[in-house]
Design a protein around this ligand. Structure first.
Ligand SMILES: [Zn+2]
Ligand SMILES: [Zn+2]
Length: 111
């Protein structure tokens, strides 16, 4: 079961949605990466890795981090201030450089 939350900046209102389990993927017969979408449990069982969305707290770039090939730095600005979007609660907003992300209480869903 996956859980989604939305984090919202208390100053500029920039919102980012995040899923608790990222994007599990498997390698298909052609050797290509394919995502297993919910609720495809047969495919989920074959998954070997997970791409989880991250946010750069320096430049605001959103990108995927592959659990099999993790990166420690933002691909755009090369800063190491990156955070899993699901763990954004309490972090400083890179879009207005003044606000803080907090959980949006009006948004909650489960798949
Ligand atoms: Zn902001
Ligand atoms: Zn960056």
């Amino acid at each position: 079961m996956a859980e989604a939350v939305r984090f919202k900046c208390d100053t500029c209102g920039h919102a980012i949605e995040a899923w608790s389990d990222g994007n599990p993927y498997y390698i298909n017969d052609a050797g290509e990466k394919e995502y297993a979408y919910h609720p495809d449990h047969e495919r989920l069982d074959r998954c070997i890795g997970n791409d989880s969305p991250h946010l750069c707290l320096n430049c605001g770039e959103e990108f995927m981090v592959d659990s099999e090939h993790p990166i420690q730095k933002c691909p755009k600005c090369k800063e190491s201030k990156i955070v899993d979007t699901f763990l954004l609660d309490g972090h400083l907003c890179p879009f207005c450089s003044g606000g803080t992300f907090g959980k949006d209480p009006d948004f909650f869903c489960i798949s």
